[in-house]
Design a protein around this ligand. Structure first.
Ligand code: SF4
Length: 220
């Protein structure tokens, strides 16, 4: 269990799962740089986070910009959209009759990725909602702007374990206060921090190796 003073931003779970160095540059070193993808993402989230946009469609209540937190994960943040469906397995909501089952929906600008980074973000939201509302949240959704499709995220035991491990690793790195070294990876090409991170330098040989080679060849 984490104390509220130690909570870290929920959105960081996705950054950390994508690349711990990216997360550290943003959350420890406070760097940020936009590219086309991040600007699109911000525009998309602005509408999602409009807290005045609350809709009811029959037995479906759609709430935007819901603030959530979890002491188990040690995180706080905002859910883009939470859909509450009237259902016996749900929880009571202030000002609403009956029981309502929450399902988080996270909006992303692009298309579904091969990695698990978006899924842990949804799972983290589901775990926050469970802790706050006292009901089971077994699934959530990712909505991708490019494909205009929803992808179901089943919050099973494996994904919950991965989410918890990711959050714990994030806290450990935050306590250490040092960014991990850059490591060139396929995602670097689309990373908005590539110009600050300079991952290509990770391929550069250490100076000690050059000196050792020069000494061995007699040029030094
Ligand atoms: S450029 Fe690559 S290594 Fe650097 S922060 Fe981005 S994804 Fe991580």
């Amino acid at each position: 269990m984490y104390s509220a003073d130690d909570y870290l931003p929920l959105s960081g779970v996705q950054h950390f799962a994508y690349c711990p160095r990216q997360w550290a540059l943003i959350h420890i070193e406070h760097y940020w740089a936009d590219n086309g993808r991040t600007v699109d993402g911000v525009n998309m989230h602005e509408r999602c986070h409009d807290e005045l946009l609350r809709e009811r469609r029959g037995n479906l209540l759609i709430v935007r910009g819901l603030r959530v937190s979890s002491s188990v994960l040690g995180i706080f943040g905002v859910c883009d959209v939470v859909e509450f469906r009237k259902c016996d397995a749900g929880t009571s909501l202030q000002g609403e009759e009956g029981l309502w089952l929450p399902t988080p929906v996270e909006y992303k600008r692009g298309r579904a990725k091969c990695g698990y980074e978006d899924m842990v973000q949804v799972c983290a939201q589901a775990m926050c909602l469970e802790e706050m509302l006292g009901c089971d949240v077994e699934r959530g959704y990712l909505f991708y702007g490019e494909t205009k499709r929803r992808v179901e995220v089943v919050c099973d035991g494996d994904l919950r374990t991965t989410t918890k491990k990711t959050a714990d690793a994030m806290h450990r790195l935050f306590a250490r206060g040092l960014s991990p070294r850059a490591k060139l990876r396929p995602g670097c090409g689309s990373c908005s921090l590539a110009d600050l991170c300079l991952p290509e330098l990770s391929k550069t040989r250490p100076v000690s190796e050059y000196i050792a080679d020069l000494t061995a060849s007699g040029d030094a």
